[in-house]
Design a binder for this molecule. Structure first.
Ligand code: FE2
Ligand code: FE2
Length: 165
């Protein structure tokens, strides 16, 4: 922990750490949801959907890395066990029980919309109190917004294709 680095945070650091750990748990669950969905996906446009899910899986793991670095900088400990992801998560986990591409897309759009809300709230909370976390959160928020768009565009294409056949 950097003590001076921690001391310049203008909000309750333990509260901030709790929020970061919630986001951290979300990222791992999102990573796994995408990663497993990509393995199981079936249906029209499968290849395009799988490529997108794998890209997102990699992005979510990168986000977990970024968030965990900030947790450690602030003297916290990233959630230690997968069991605890469930205790901390905001957005939960949707098992890809139905591997049809449309269902997977809808599940993951829901997850992205939750993530957008989480990072938007974190950005608002840290904008005037912790510029380092704020600057960390903005590009992640941008990624989640792009993820939502990517998935909704795929869903649109899928529906068009099914309708026109
Ligand atoms: Fe993410
Ligand atoms: Fe995402």
């Amino acid at each position: 922990m950097g003590t001076k680095g921690r001391s310049i945070v203008g909000m309750d650091v333990d509260e901030l750490l709790a929020l970061l750990n919630r986001a951290f748990a979300d990222e791992w669950l999102a990573h796994y949801q995408y990663w497993l969905g990509a393995k199981l996906a079936k249906g029209p446009m499968k290849d395009g959907v799988i490529a997108e899910l794998l890209q997102h899986a990699a992005d979510e793991m990168r986000h977990a890395d970024l968030v965990s670095n900030r947790i450690i900088q602030l003297g916290g400990t990233p959630v230690l066990t997968p069991q605890d992801w469930y205790k901390h998560t905001n957005c939960g986990y949707d098992a890809p029980e139905d591997p049809y591409v449309r269902v997977l897309l809808e599940q993951n759009i829901k997850g992205e919309q939750c993530a957008i809300g989480v990072y938007d709230a974190l950005a608002k909370k840290t904008r005037d109190t912790d510029r380092i976390t704020y600057e960390l959160v903005l590009p992640i928020l941008n990624d989640e917004i792009q993820h939502e768009e990517d998935l909704q565009a795929l869903l649109e294409d899928l529906d068009l294709m099914v309708k026109r056949q």
